[in-house]
Structure formats: structure tokens, C-alpha cells
Design a protein around this ligand. Structure first.
Ligand SMILES: N[C@@H](CCC(=O)N[C@@H](CS)C(=O)NCC(=O)O)C(=O)O
Length: 107
């Protein structure tokens, strides 16, 4: 188990499962969405996915939540807008993702 944790740590996966509520709006065949979900999966996140392919009303609702962002994916952690795939990886790259994922949702 200790060796496994060291391995996980080396590749950026926390030993403790993330507590945060993570939501992601996607199109099923969008490469950025797949890449973002891959990172969330690796982090052990049990995310909620809204597949909004072809649903313009859902896309409008997403954009309203996402400060106008209309591309997919759009990612939210504990109801806070993180951004798209590149934003998620950049956040992780500067060490900011794991702390957010470790926070329980408010309330
Ligand atoms: N930089 C963005 C790129 C996302 C992106 O280009 N998504 C495409 C689908 S794979 C998209 O939404 N295209 C339609 C549009 O931008 O209106 C990210 O990292 O999330």
C-alpha cells in the first residue's frame, strides 16, 4: 500500500479520495472533454457529467453559469467555475487542483 501511495503521489494522485463536488459539461466526442475527464478520473473524482450534445438550451444554461464560456468542457468544483480543459490542467500544474478537490462542498 505504501508503494502504491508513492506511485500515486509521483503521478499527481492524492492518497485520499477527493471530497469535492465536481461537475463537467461535455460533448461525447470532444477531445478536450475526454482529456479533462481523464485527469478527473486519474484524480479519483466521482464527477457528475452533463452531456449536452446538440442541446442549445443546456449550452445556454452552461454559458450563464460559466461566465459566458460556450466551449466544452466547462468544469465546476463545489459550484465554482474552473474553466475548460486547459484551465483544469494549468490549475493542476501549479498545484491548485488537489487542494480544491479535497474540500467538501459547502452546506
Ligand atoms: N481551450 C478550451 C478548448 C475547448 C474546445 O475548443 N472545445 C471545442 C469542442 S472539442 C468546442 O467547444 N468548440 C465549439 C466552440 O468553441 O464554440 C479548453 O481547454 O477547454
Amino acid at each position: 500500500m505504501e508503494a502504491m501511495n508513492s506511485f500515486f503521489q509521483m503521478f499527481g494522485r492524492a492518497a485520499v479520495p477527493p471530497a469535492a463536488n465536481v461537475e463537467i459539461y461535455t460533448w461525447q466526442t470532444c477531445p478536450y472533454c475526454i482529456r479533462a475527464k481523464l485527469l478527473l478520473w486519474w484524480k479519483g473524482v466521482n464527477y457528475t457529467e452533463y452531456a449536452i450534445d446538440g442541446d442549445d438550451a443546456a449550452r445556454d444554461a452552461m454559458a450563464e453559469r460559466a461566465n459566458g464560456g460556450r466551449s466544452v468542457p466547462q468544469i465546476f468544483i463545489n459550484n465554482n467555475h474552473v474553466g475548460g480543459c486547459d484551465d483544469l490542467y494549468a490549475l493542476d500544474g501549479r498545484g491548485g487542483l488537489d487542494p480544491l478537490l479535497s474540500e467538501s462542498p459547502a452546506g
